[in-house]
Structure formats: C-alpha cells, structure tokens
Design a protein around this ligand. Sequence first.
Ligand SMILES: Nc1ncnc2c1ncn2[C@@H]1O[C@H](COP(=O)(O)OP(=O)(O)OP(=O)(O)O)[C@@H](O)[C@H]1O
Ligand SMILES: [Mg+2]
Length: 394
Amino acid sequence: MKANPGGQIDPNEIVGREEIIEQIWDTLEQQSIRMNAERRIGKTTIIQKLCEEPRDGWIPIFQDLEQYHTAYEFAIAVFREVEKYLSVGKKTAHRTKALLKACGGMEVKGVFKLPSFSTDLPWKDILSSSIQDLITERSKQNERLVFLWDEVPYMLESIKNREGEAVAMELLDTLRSLRQTYGSIGFRMVFTGSIGLHHVIKSLKRKNYANSPVNDMLVTPVLPLKPEPAKELAIKLIEGEYISTNELEATTHAVAKASDGFPFYIHHIVKAMKLTGLEGTVKNVEQVVSQQLRDPDDPWELNHYRGRIRTYYGSELEPAVVEILDAIAVASNALSVNDLFNDLKNSGTLDDRELLIELLRLIEQDHYLMRNNDGHYYFQFPLLQRWWKLSRGL
Ligand SMILES: Nc1ncnc2c1ncn2[C@@H]1O[C@H](COP(=O)(O)OP(=O)(O)OP(=O)(O)O)[C@@H](O)[C@H]1O
Ligand SMILES: [Mg+2]
C-alpha cells in the first residue's frame, strides 16, 4: 500500500474501523447518527466505507455537503441524487418534478432543466418531496435508506452566513421532521464534518433558537486507531513503499505511538521516510516526527488547533482558552479546576469560576482535553500536547 496522506484511499486500503462500522450499522437499526470526532481522524474514510460496503437491506447515499452554500442548492443536490438512484430502476422523482415544473422547470429530451430563477423557490418542499419520492419507490423493495452526509456543520455555517440564521435553523428543523416522519420505516441520516456541529448550533441558539434539532441522533465518537491496527497500517505502508528496515516490529510500534493512532499521521510519517530515503528505524521515526512537527508548512495541519480557537470561543475568551491549554501542556500531572482557576485569576485573565467550568466543558467537547477519575484535566492526545508546547515555545 502506498502512503497517501489526505488523499482518497481505496476501500480495501482502509485499516481497522471494522468495530465502529459494525456499531454504526447496529445503531442505524434504531436511529440516526452524528459522528463526533477530531479533525483528520478518519471520519470521511469511515462513511465512504459505509457507502461502498453497505449492510444487506440498506441503500446508502453519500454526499459531501461542503460545496453547497444555500438551502436551495442543498435541496436540489438531494433531488439530483434521488433522481440518480431512481433512474437505476427506471423510476423517477414524480412529486418533486411536478413541483419543480410548477415553478418553471422542464424536461428537455430526457434532461430535467431546473427553473431559471432559484431564489424564492420552495427548498423545503423540494427537499421533503425528493425524500418522499425516494422512500415511496425504495421501500417497495424492503430497502432502507440512509443519507451519509459529510461536512454538515460546514454547510450550515455557509447557509447561516449567506442566508441568515433563520434559514439554517429551518433546515435543521426540516431534517429533524423528515427523520421523525420516516424514522419508523427505517429512514436514517448520518451527519459528520470537520467542524463541531455544537458550535454551529450554539451560534444559532444565540439568535433565540430554542430547539434541540439533533438530540434524536446518537452521538458516535470516532477514536484513533488502536495500537494493533495502527501498527498494521504502518507495516502495510512501510512494505508498500519499499522502505528497508531491519527492525520492522520496533519501527511500526514507534510509528503507531508517535502518531497517536491517527491514520493521517501514519501515512505522513511513512511518506516522509520515503521522501528522505531514510531506513526504517525507531530513531528515524522520531527524527521525521520531530521535523514534521516543526515544519513551517505544517503538513499535519496542526495549526488548525490554534487557529480555530478564536472562531469557536470568540476573541474575548480566546486568551483564557489559550492560557488553560498552555498551563495543562506544561504541567507534569493533570490539573484540577482549582489549579486552573488560581492560574487564571493570578494572571488577571478570568475570575469567574463558573465560566471556567463551562469553558473546560467546551474544550473537552472539542477534543483538546480529557478528565481523569479525579476530574483533573490532561491533553487527550499526547501528540497534540507535544505540538502545542513546541509551537508556543513552552
Ligand atoms: N482507516 C484508515 N486506514 C488507512 N488510512 C486512513 C484511514 N482513515 C484515514 N486514513 C488516512 O487519513 C486521511 C484522512 O482521513 P479522512 O479524510 O477520512 O479524515 P477526516 O476525519 O474526514 O478529516 P477532516 O476532519 O479533515 O474531514 C486519509 O486521506 C487517509 O490517508
Ligand atoms: Mg472529512
């Protein structure tokens, strides 16, 4: 197998993930899912595998929503996808086409042309009737439908910025209502994305949005690869890239450990060893990792962990979040709320204990930190802690 960090990989090159994929199919029997996980951990790869190798009786439809910036664009993309699926069985989305024709759309030589004025078109009806069309046809065959939607929060954020909070909220409500209407006949959705859905919903709540539009969906965490699959991926890549080594076991162990089990970093480490012509040794793994973490081009895209803090928490709270992470990064043990509160109070950054607790909850939800049994905070990923210290000169 060749190293391909960040590229789309073949389904048979996906290592590990059997367990979570089984869990997802089991959960989908009952309810929809939102995958909650850190960036670059392998979410898209998992849903692509769900799409390419569905469990019997399921029809998965995968869509990357990053490219849609309005509710109408999204509704039409769903309609197009539904049409594509129905056409395989020589069927068509009758209701939606009738609706679009009433708005000025037309069929020309078998090609459906959308109405020329897209503004003010009833996107909610287009979305709902597309799904209804699909369900009517497919459930005849006893098949259940699952939409695998990648980058949902990103699209909602775009819609919010372009069309306003109200439209983003309506879209979330419409999707929820579709899940409620058709849930009993097995209709499901899987949401994922590289930014936290909770941040988008939080910003909508500031605009008086009182609903909990996704609380019917089960949060499914995606964790890094366990040591064994991480080593398996390292072995496959080292062999596939013909990296010579006299210590394969120790080298792959070092790769698995240094990468914290993130397949993206495993691909990067092996790629860098290949490009620099290094032999597979524990020392060389360490050298490559150390170089990559300091690389100003940031091949592992770690600057994102610092850059997103202002967007997520706002410029007012940014200094407190950064100071919390600095303190935990250099501490030799996990830190308690009181330790952190004293630090922040002494430096004059924050003197509200309740706010600190709320911030820590959010920082934990954003996967920077975890709590031990005593409720003390430490970095969830040692690699991130290492990079944080390096990049902040701590
Ligand atoms: N199970 C896996 N086996 C092998 N390689 C993987 C696996 N999962 C991910 N990768 C590698 O990691 C890269 C990133 O994975 P992926 O795009 O799925 O992450 P993501 O969580 O969707 O990232 P983002 O947060 O940016 O959307 C892939 O391009 C591939 O190189
Ligand atoms: Mg992704």
